[in-house]
Design a binder for this molecule. Structure first.
Ligand code: GAP
Length: 444
């Protein structure tokens, strides 16, 4: 894991937030490459969940949330983790993450056994709205994106005129005051979720749970996560939320252990019923065929953006060997991102930087590709070193402009370039005019 964390910082995927002031615990900033990777992930999720389907529409709800919403959902009263204090080193710990030796609970920091009783700690971040500081001005930073979907259910249904089953999808920030943020970005206090609330008739719930579990596994495979590192946990009834009739956790084998990437849960009609009860408003669906009003049930695939990004990074990291400038084999660090996810799709290199005609042609190729994909231009240092730098950040394609391109080795090669594949390191000669389509077809 250290190698991955250090590469993330060195190459600009992920930085500690507020680092120059000592860092803010559990909060992370994404650097230039991390931002691209995260955007590619979110865009692909949006593409397959919303744009390529007739039955799902989107929502972009507010982060600041009315306390009544979170009172109705149960978050104000029960969104807690059990917390204990270590009286020896003063650490605050989640009681379910304590170390245990010979049946005795211990502080994982100092080994101390003098621990307080566990007490519930609410994970929500509370803030004040407006200038007065009375209890009526309390608002919360949302702990999940789902609640605005339930609260806006009727408005979205009225404008979209969808028939059951249909879904409302959202990508956005969520905040939890985790007692013990850890494992790099895995457990953060500020993170992003990609959530779908898929509304259906009660009798469709269990089948749709199975359907969405399959769809979501397919999604992780399509973004390049290896199937053998993905696991499905059928959450036993006693560990599920009391209103859930079935929940599956999709887990990934991180270097620090097998951990949850996403939950796929059949939440029945719990959320809508709670908001109906608390708000007194009608949040139901009128069935034109049966002329009946029903409160829809919901199946929810809820994924963490940051966890999926971390899984992409862990899964892509690889070391192999490649020849250096003198043909001697050396270790090559290569991020084997699926081309669809790779932050930079193609690097463009003039063979030599002091040959004006090569540089001009390379700039032309860069301009040709730019409208289609994220391109990086690099003319510094030897070509082999430039390839290595791109391998380390997972750029799947490299285009080199050489003397053949200029027509100096025969007219038939004029305006052709070498296209190098990151994984096989093989090069093919292709015409410049064909590059946009060749590369686009491989990154879609
Ligand atoms: N609406 C349901 C819900 O929020 P959850 O299991 O609490 O369910 C869903 O969260 C997903 O959000 C998790 O599977 C995980 O990927 C992500 N997530 C939750 N807490 C997180 C945290 N502290 N840091 C990063 N991601 C988190």
């Amino acid at each position: 894991m250290e190698k991955i964390v250090s590469l993330c910082k060195r190459r600009g995927f992920i930085f500690q937030s507020s680092e120059i002031y000592g860092g803010l615990n559990g909060v992370w900033d994404y650097g230039p490459l991390g931002t691209e990777l995260k955007n590619n992930l979110k865009q692909y999720w949006w593409r397959v969940i919303v744009r390529e389907r007739d039955d799902v529409v989107g929502l972009d709800g507010a982060i600041l949330t009315h306390p009544a919403v979170l009172k109705a959902s149960g978050h104000v009263d029960t969104f807690t983790d059990p917390m204990v204090d270590c009286r020896t080193c003063k650490a605050r710990l989640r009681s379910d993450q304590l170390a245990e030796k010979n049946g005795v609970k211990q502080c994982p920091n100092c080994g101390g056994k003098d621990l307080t009783e566990a007490r519930p700690f609410n994970l929500m971040f509370q803030t004040q709205m407006g200038a007065s500081a009375d209890p009526a001005s309390i608002a919360y930073l949302r702990p999940e994106t789902a609640q605005s979907i339930f609260v806006q259910f009727k408005n979205v249904l009225d404008v979209s005129r969808k028939k059951l089953p249909f879904g409302i999808a959202q990508i956005g920030k969520a905040f939890r005051n985790e007692i013990n943020p850890r494992n790099f970005t895995f457990r953060s206090r500020e993170f992003e979720q990609m959530e779908l609330e898929y509304f259906c008739r009660p009798e469709q719930g269990m089948d749709l749970l199975a359907y969405w579990l399959k769809e979501r596994i397919k999604f992780y495979e399509e973004i390049g996560i290896s199937r053998k590192r993905l696991h499905i946990l059928d959450v036993p009834e006693k560990e599920r939320a009391f209103y859930s009739k079935g929940t599956f956790d999709i887990e990934y084998e991180f270097p620090f252990g097998r951990q949850e990437l996403e939950g796929v849960a059949y939440r029945t009609d719990y959320d809508l019923q709670q908001h109906i009860k608390t708000s007194g408003k009608v949040l139901d669906y009128f069935d034109e065929e049966t002329k009946e009003r029903v409160v829809p049930h919901v199946v929810e695939p809820s994924a963490g953006v940051d966890r999926a990004v971390l899984a992409l990074i862990c899964d892509a990291y690889d070391e192999d060997s490649a020849p250096d400038e003198k043909g001697k084999m050396e270790t090559r660090v290569v991020m084997r991102f699926h081309p669809r996810m790779a932050p930079i799709k193609c690097a463009v290199f003039p063979l030599l930087r002091n040959k004006e005609a090569l540089v001009a042609k390379a700039r032309e190729v860069q301009a040709l590709l730019r409208p289609h994909m994220n391109v990086f231009y690099d003319e510094g240092s030897a070509i082999g070193r430039r390839y290595r730098r791109q391998d380390e950040i997972g750029t799947p394609f490299g285009v080199t402009i050489d003397f053949e391109t200029l027509g100096e080795k025969g007219e038939e090669l004029r305006d052709t370039v070498t296209l190098r594949d990151r994984d096989s390191m093989k090069q093919e000669r292709v015409a410049i005019k064909d590059l946009p389509e060749i590369i686009s077809s491989r990154i879609r």
